[in-house]
Ligand binder design. Structure first.
Ligand SMILES: [Zn+2]
Length: 139
């Protein structure tokens, strides 16, 4: 059974705000931090891209050092861990691209990351509220 993803309003606000940067035609995104309860994934924090993120029309690479700082802060605050990521597709579609799928599959295959499932969210900047979020189960 696919788990349910619950997005805290603070996290949703960050995505809505940050996604506006994609009005320039390039992707933006960040990590998703929260708690994995098995049947429910609770997203407590949506990260911003960070100062060294690489943004292109159909590619986004997060600022890893920035993401690590956010992850450390969230873990100390309420035990939140890295459970996924979000990024925009300025020109659509909302579905993950082939590259996205390969990336998620490699995250899940990497045992050192310890993911059982990976939560992803894409949204077009024009339709942020219509963005989808769904867990990406292993296997
Ligand atoms: Zn993508």
């Amino acid at each position: 059974m696919r788990p349910v993803v619950k997005l805290r309003s603070a996290a949703a606000r960050v995505i809505a705000e940050e996604a506006k940067a994609s009005a320039d035609g390039t992707e933006t995104g960040g990590i998703l931090l929260g708690q994995d309860h098995g049947e429910t994934l609770v997203v407590t924090v949506a990260g911003d891209p960070g100062p060294n993120a690489q943004r292109a029309c159909s590619r986004f690479k997060r600022d890893l050092a920035h993401a690590q700082v956010l992850a450390d802060q969230a873990y100390e605050r309420d035990g939140s861990v890295w459970i996924g990521e979000w990024h925009t597709h300025p020109r659509g579609p909302v579905e993950p691209s082939e590259l996205d799928c390969r990336t998620y599959a490699s995250h899940l295959a990497d045992a050192s990351l310890g993911f059982d499932q990976f939560c992803r969210s894409s949204s077009s900047h024009a339709a942020t509220t219509a963005g989808t979020m769904s867990p990406w189960p292993r296997g």
